[in-house]
Design a binder for this molecule. Structure first.
Ligand code: IPE
Ligand code: IPE
Ligand code: MG
Ligand code: MG
Ligand code: MG
Length: 305
């Protein structure tokens, strides 16, 4: 079973399970190789914490988004390159979650149905494992079997998207609003959501464009709408779902300002529908097979985990 078996109308759940199945050994071998190499191998404990944070868990939605976006364009790249990019994306995702859960940030004790990395190991190891996964993500991109121009472009878009002008900017605002500025405006909440969540999705979409040589920014507006839709549904689940279903704490955002505090649950749900409608219109002019991306949005709107 490989990437070719994806998006065959077997449903999103099956596609996500397949991505997890294909990705897991690739992620594992990236880590193992660096544990077993003779020069400066990863220390055992750091290796275990990195593996704990990135393996066996997560919905792998960003890997799905990357592969689904490729369906919009035509092109052909070796599966190994695509899987390596997915690994890099999921290392960045795992790193962001390990750090997001730390006591100095959201102070969450559960992630992906398991104790958060700083609970399973210790605080310093969680910080170092998160940082190491970030490094690994960019190392993987730098070694892709692609021409140098594309490799550099991928490293650039992913570092900007997840860095201090993107995801880190959003995380800074998220924490500062919670701690110091409870009266933040709806406009600023939307900007924070865009930065902390949508910019990473935009980086993933830009990566798909780069790989197939499409206009790098043609999916940016879609990514913005999609990312906001994603974060609003995540915030809604914090209110409506359970720790068991989500595999992470709920009612954890009670001191945070989200769109739910502004619009209420029903208002937030309506906002999601509006975002989806707008995103769907944009997709029509973006490429050919947009079905997997639309399926993903439909899942987000109705998801309970
Ligand atoms: C959680 O993302 C972080 C947010 C931006 C809300 P996911 O819900 O995609 O987390 P995993 O990767 O499936 O655990
Ligand atoms: C996290 O947002 C976004 C990141 C950039 C990691 P949340 O703090 O809402 O994510 P969860 O709910 O802990 O997964
Ligand atoms: Mg957070
Ligand atoms: Mg959090
Ligand atoms: Mg959340």
């Amino acid at each position: 079973m490989g990437i070719d078996n994806l998006f065959q109308d077997d449903g999103l759940k099956r596609d996500l399970a397949l991505i997890q199945l294909i990705l897991e050994p690739h992620l594992e071998s990236h880590l193992k190789r660096r544990l077993e190499c003779s020069i400066n191998p990863i220390p055992q404990k750091l290796y275990e914490a990195m593996s704990y944070g990135v393996l066996e868990g997560g919905k792998r939605l960003r890997a799905y988004l990357f592969l689904a976006a490729l369906r919009l364009f035509s092109g052909s790249v070796h599966d190994k390159v695509l899987l390596d990019i997915c690994c890099s994306i999921e290392c960045l995702q795992a790193y962001s979650l390990i750090h997001d859960d730390l006591p100095g940030m959201d102070n969450s004790d559960l992630r992906r149905g398991k104790p958060s990395t700083h609970k399973a190991f210790d605080h310093h190891t969680a910080i170092l494992a998160g940082s190491s996964l970030q490094n690994l993500a960019f190392e993987i991109l730098s070694r892709l079997d692609l021409d140098a121009k594309k490799r550099c472009a991928l490293i650039e878009v992913m570092s900007v998207a997840t860095g201090p002008q993107g995801m880190m900017a959003g995380q800074q605002l998220d924490m500062d609003y919670e701690l110091f500025n409870p009266d933040v405006s709806q406009k600023n909440i939307e900007r924070m959501q865009y930065l902390k969540t949508a910019s990473f999705f935009q980086g993933v979409l830009q990566s798909a464009c780069i790989v197939f040589g499409a206009d790098q920014n043609c999916l940016n507006e879609f990514g913005k709408l999609f990312g906001r839709l994603f974060q609003i549904t995540d915030d809604m689940l914090d209110v409506t779902s359970s720790r068991e279903k989500l595999g992470k704490p709920t009612q954890n955002d009670n001191d945070k300002k989200t769109l739910i505090t502004e619009l209420g649950l029903e208002g937030a749900h309506q906002e999601c529908k509006t975002l989806k409608r707008k995103a769907q219109v944009i997709l029509k002019s973006c490429g050919t097979d947009s079905k997997p991306l639309i399926t993903l949005m439909n899942f987000l709107i109705t998801r309970s985990s």
